[in-house]
Design a protein around this ligand. Structure first.
Ligand SMILES: Nc1ncnc2c1ncn2[C@@H]1O[C@H](COP(=O)(O)OP(=O)(O)OP(=O)(O)O)[C@@H](O)[C@H]1O
Ligand SMILES: [Mg+2]
Length: 263
């Protein structure tokens, strides 16, 4: 097993005088195998991003554990061990602006990759150009610019190109294509599938869109109010949804998808 998420819970405390607890993620467990495309589907506020942030080691869980290749991720301490994790697990976020340092040109995110990989003898420029081409960007339209000088969709695609350079073992893609137009979107999803097929990369794809998840994933997890309420193959979820919430989500899948796929 590549990734084991065990009984993960996150409780946020908000407010000052009247403190209130928000259970964002409640006792979530699931596994991801090597070379598996898993979608995490749920409505806004269901705890998807919070789950992803705990797996990426950006947010400490209230309880539970994240185990990657038999090592407890939250017990990693030394810089070497953390690098070991960051080389293999990569996040692509909903708001890609947060992934860039506004003071530096965007090129920096690529050259950091070579530092992380410890690769100095490679032709960096042609590798970067190739990665940009994979996500449908022309080098001259993005390189040498600052993050605020690019569109949201261009920033998102830059992070995906970075991911392509790193070839991580696991990608956590949180609504990675929300700002990208429909035609480029299909290309990005194909790129993820290509990484899975050629490099055995596993993908956790976070989305509101069950129709999209149906098309791209090997397995679908349905998240509702902080818990995973149902899990299955895309066909099982679409043809025989068990949980009332899954049934509701399925009703929301645009008619067009259902027509194409016969549901
Ligand atoms: N830092 C925080 N402090 C307090 N509450 C938070 C914090 N981050 C998230 N929450 C709350 O936790 C719950 C889950 O949020 P989360 O961002 O994980 O949802 P999501 O499924 O990613 O939603 P969306 O689809 O809108 O991105 C929400 O009720 C949210 O308001
Ligand atoms: Mg989110």
């Amino acid at each position: 097993m590549l990734l084991e998420v065990k009984n993960l819970t996150k409780i946020f405390t908000v407010g000052f005088l009247r403190r209130k607890e928000i259970v964002a993620v409640k006792d979530v467990s699931f596994n991801v195998k090597e070379s598996e495309f898993v979608s995490l589907v749920g409505e806004s506020g269901s705890g998807k991003t919070t789950t992803a942030r705990m797996i990426l080691r950006l947010l400490r869980p209230t309880s539970g554990s994240v185990v990657f290749r038999d090592r407890d991720v939250w017990s990693l301490r030394t810089l070497n061990d953390l690098r070991w994790y960051w080389r293999q697990v990569h996040g692509i976020f909903q708001d890609p602006f947060a992934s860039f340092n506004p003071l530096y040109k965007v090129d920096r995110v690529f050259y950091q990759v070579f530092t992380l990989l410890g690769d100095n003898d490679v032709d960096k420029e042609s590798l970067v150009n190739e990665a940009l081409k994979e996500v449908g960007l022309r080098p001259e339209e993005v390189l040498g610019r600052y993050p605020h000088e690019l569109s949201g969709g261009q920033r998102q695609r830059l992070m995906i190109a970075r991911c392509y350079l790193l070839k991580p073992k696991l990608i956590l893609a949180d609504e990675p294509i929300s700002m990208i137009d429909a035609s480029t979107r299909a290309g990005i999803l194909q790129l993820f599938s290509k990484l899975r097929d050629e490099y055995k990369t596993s993908i956790i794809f976070i989305t509101h869109d069950l129709g999209l998840a149906y098309y791209v994933s090997d397995r679908v997890l349905i998240m509702h109010k902080g818990s995973i309420v149902e899990e299955g193959s895309p066909e099982e979820i679409m043809e025989h949804p068990q949980h009332p919430y899954t049934k509701r989500l399925r009703e929301d899948v645009p008619l067009l998808y259902r027509k194409w796929s016969g549901f």
